[in-house]
Design a protein around this ligand. Structure first.
Ligand SMILES: Cc1ncc(COP(=O)(O)O)c(C=O)c1O
Length: 433
């Protein structure tokens, strides 16, 4: 599914989401604008929760906040029953401010510093996923917050190649994430964890990358994780209580891609983990999943206002909009391919042209969509990009001193501003003159 479930064309030909024409939202909140459909968000969360609750064993889901770290979204998803996975002191702060129970928070990251680990322990978060020996050094010297030791997972790197963009593959041999399984580091990490009194080794974690469609790789990674856990168990008697299989479930960005079936992903992973544990005589652990994109991607639509047009005979026609790489870096960073629709009117569908949608920033690479067929766009038209809910707003910048956009949640014809547009004042608020 590409568009939010409540997306419709009104009788006037306007595109609406959650019962509100995008044109009305653009007038009220300005463009670029990010619009989230609460119904879609709720349904996506329901389907993840149904998948984890429907397994034979005990499984849980945490939302990877890096995909959309807006407090209103974190609290909505947490209230529905999801934990929250954070990767920085900032995301931890956002989750706590959003009212997320500290025990439902998992703290990730490949270079957590002392301040971040101190804050995590003070919260105290449910799990810290230790990524490297430096973090063990810090954990060893930090004072404990309570009688109970801090629960930790060890992030394993299984060294598995996956079919995705190189910049979002995280479990390959040449990766900055996790303890390699093949060179003794993972074993040494376990030994280290077992010597630190303030931490308790709850289990292990793997995450191969993002926007994955082939289930074989995550299932293989889960098996390798359990084989490793079994070897540790045999040596030390320590069995994992929790294993995290990460996130990475792929979604559709255009009409051609079919998104991953969440239920199948969860079922097959849990089955593989349980079967492997049974084979190794390990008690069945709680299995955690960490979806990010698949929870919020479809719920979000980006809305831009059309401006200039440049026709280069025999080369291409550029139509520029009032946003671009500052609010959505994904096409520039990952060659992400989006689609779009004219949002303020139907347009003449019989008379389409091929155009390239460019952003307004001073980079030739600032192109949102290369070669898309659309009705002829006029200055002032609105263009809506679906599947813009994940990794756009969190990766947004102030490049060219641009203002990061407003974010609105819509439900039953009612818009709620969940993040206001920045102002010129915000731009200079941290400058010292
Ligand atoms: C450790 C970890 N878990 C979960 C995720 C979420 O991935 P996705 O948004 O593809 O589901 C990421 C994304 O980078 C991650 O690094």
């Amino acid at each position: 599914m590409l568009w939010p479930e409540t997306t419709r064309r009104t009788d006037l030909g306007e595109l609406s989401v959650g019962g509100v024409p995008l044109a009305d939202l653009a007038d009220e909140f300005g463009t670029p604008l990010y619009v989230f459909d609460e119904v879609t968000l709720g349904k996506r969360a329901d389907s993840v929760l149904a998948a984890v609750r429907g397994t034979d064993g005990h499984a849980e889901a945490v939302f990877a906040a890096k995909a959309l770290s807006i407090p209103a979204v974190l609290s909505l998803l947490h209230e529905m029953g999801l934990g929250i996975d954070v990767v920085s002191g900032g995301e931890l702060h956002a989750a706590l401010q959003a009212g997320v129970a500290p025990g439902s928070i998992t703290f990730h990251g490949n270079n957590k510093d002392e301040e971040e680990l101190r804050a995590a322990i003070q919260a105290p978060v449910g799990l810290i996923v230790v990524d490297n020996f430096h973090e063990f050094d810090i954990l060893e010297r930090l004072p404990a917050n309570r009688a109970m030791p801090q629960q930790v997972l060890i992030r394993l790197n299984p060294g598995i190649d996956v079919h995705t963009h190189g910049k979002i593959a995280t479990g390959i041999i040449d990766s900055k994430f996790g303890f390699p399984l093949w060179n003794g580091d993972a074993t040494a990490a376990v030994e280290r964890a077992l010597t630190i009194k303030r931490v308790s080794l709850a289990g292990y974690h793997v995450h191969l990358g993002s926007q994955l469609f082939d289930l074989q790789a995550p299932v293989l990674a889960a098996r390798l994780m359990i084989d490793f856990a079994a070897a540790v168990h045999q040596r030390t008697g320590v069995a994992p209580r929790v294993v995290s299989a990460g996130g990475g479930m792929g979604i559709a960005y255009d009409g051609e891609t079919v998104e991953v079936n969440m239920q199948e992903w969860v079922e097959r992973t849990v089955e593989a983990i349980n079967a492997r544990c049974t084979r190794h005589n390990l008690p069945l652990p709680t299995v955690v999943f960490e979806p990010g994109r698949s929870l919020v991607g479809q719920a979000g639509v980006a809305v831009y206002r059309v401006g200039s047009r440049k026709e280069i005979q025999g080369v291409r026609t550029y139509v520029s909009v009032d946003g671009g790489m500052a609010d959505n870096i994904r096409p520039t960073l990952y060659d992400a391919r989006y689609t779009a629709e004219l949002a303020n009117r139907q347009g003449d569908q019989e008379d389409q042209e091929t155009v390239t949608i460019a952003g307004k920033y001073c980079e030739s690479g600032d192109v949102l969509i290369e070669d898309i067929r659309l009705p002829r766009l006029l200055p002032g038209d609105l263009l809506a990009l679906p599947a813009a809910g994940a990794y756009c707003i969190p990766l947004a910048s102030n490049y060219n001193m641009s203002l990061r956009p407003a974010v609105v949640m819509v439900n039953e014809s009612k818009p709620t501003l969940i993040r206001r547009r920045e102002t010129f004042y915000d731009l200079l608020a941290t400058s010292v003159m």
